[in-house]
Design a protein around this ligand. Structure first.
Ligand code: UDP
Ligand code: MG
Length: 317
């Protein structure tokens, strides 16, 4: 095996209200690290403005284990911001991203490390779930539609069932950090930066404690974010509608001219005129809405606001 004894592995854990899950996770992480004595580790807990005692649990872990580092946000900035902060803080040659709720089996970390060190062809090992067991059917339905649509209208591949659980080489981490955009859609960013990714699959596991932070609407809005961030195709819809309606109008005008010449001019078709005005008005507002969405994203990007604000870390409490 070509494992380098000096390799340092950073494990990033975004945490939002995870006081119950963290002790279980830490125990699992310790099992992993004691099984890999040749490598050194750091655990980076990113406290994403939790409202429970997450930060004191993390501080407790830091006291008993110096490998535990943390970044604590001034408020909840979302998982994407937490991932970015973790990647920025990580100093390892290899970086793993893992959820706090044990839905991502930490035991896979040693397998992932093995893959990257023995097969130099790969830069990253990513995971996807083979099933969506334990998930409401309606959520699975929309999730499937989303991945289909996303892959159709965007050049960046987004893998169905992909989780954020992944293991990367330093080079890929640096590439991701270069993308300092404010509207972050990690699943797209991971694909966009490229590199060779090996996918491994595992069965869906229920979270160990606490509850999911995602409501159905939250996920739906998040999927729109993804589309806006990685495709400009919706902007073309306006042009397509424009061309389509010009053609329809041209045909209708020809018909009306012909009818008037043949049968004379009666005032007819008032209701249909109103319907058409409403229809076209609706389409125009719809297209304006799409424009507005992109404009609002651009607006937020040009403000150049920080992606997150740090309240404290283990270095300067
Ligand atoms: N998370 C976060 N900030 C948030 C929401 C979630 O850091 O605003 C973290 C959360 O603590 C967990 C991970 O992101 O470690 C995944 O969240 P969750 O388990 O709620 O999502 P699900 O697995 O249901 O998709
Ligand atoms: Mg979860």
């Amino acid at each position: 095996m070509s494992c380098n004894n000096m390799d340092k592995i950073s494990i990033i854990i975004p945490c939002y209200n995870e006081e119950q899950a963290l002790p279980f996770l830490y125990e699992e992480l310790q099992k992993v690290t004691s099984g890999m004595p040749g490598q050194s580790f750091e655990f980076i807990f990113v406290n994403d403005g939790s409202k429970d005692k997450t930060i004191s649990v993390i501080k407790g872990l830091h006291k008993q284990d110096e490998r535990v580092r943390y970044v604590s946000f001034s408020r909840n900035f979302g998982k994407e911001a937490a991932i970015y902060a973790g990647l920025k803080t990580a100093t390892g040659d290899y970086v793993a991203l893992i959820d706090a709720d044990l839905q991502d089996p930490p035991s896979l970390i040693s397998e992932m490390y093995e893959i990257l060190t023995t097969d130099s062809e790969y830069d990253c090992v990513a995971t996807r779930r083979v099933d969506r067991k334990g998930e409401p059917p309606i959520r699975s339905f929309f999730a499937k539609r989303f991945y289909k649509l996303m892959n159709k209208i965007s050049d960046t591949e987004v893998v169905d069932g992909a989780r954020d659980f992944r293991f990367m080489k330093r080079q890929m981490v640096d590439a991701i950090l270069e993308l300092s955009e404010y509207n972050r859609f990690s699943k797209g960013i991971f694909g966009w930066v490229g590199f060779n990714t090996k996918w491994i699959a595992y069965e869906n596991v229920e979270r160990v404690a606490g509850e999911t932070k995602w409501s159905f609407w939250g996920l739906l809005l998040y999927s729109f974010e993804g589309i806006l961030a990685f495709s400009t195709r919706p902007l073309h819809i306006a042009s397509l509608f424009g061309i389509l309606f010009c053609i329809i109008a041209f045909v209708m005008i020809s018909i009306i001219i012909a009818k008037t010449l043949i049968w004379g001019d009666d005032v007819q078709g008032y209701p249909s005129t109103i319907c058409i005005i409403f229809f076209i008005g609706g389409i125009q507002l719809f297209c304006l809405g799409i424009l507005g969405q992109y404009l609002s994203k651009t607006y937020l990007e040009t403000k150049r606001r920080p992606i997150y604000i740090v309240k404290e870390t283990e270095e300067k409490p």
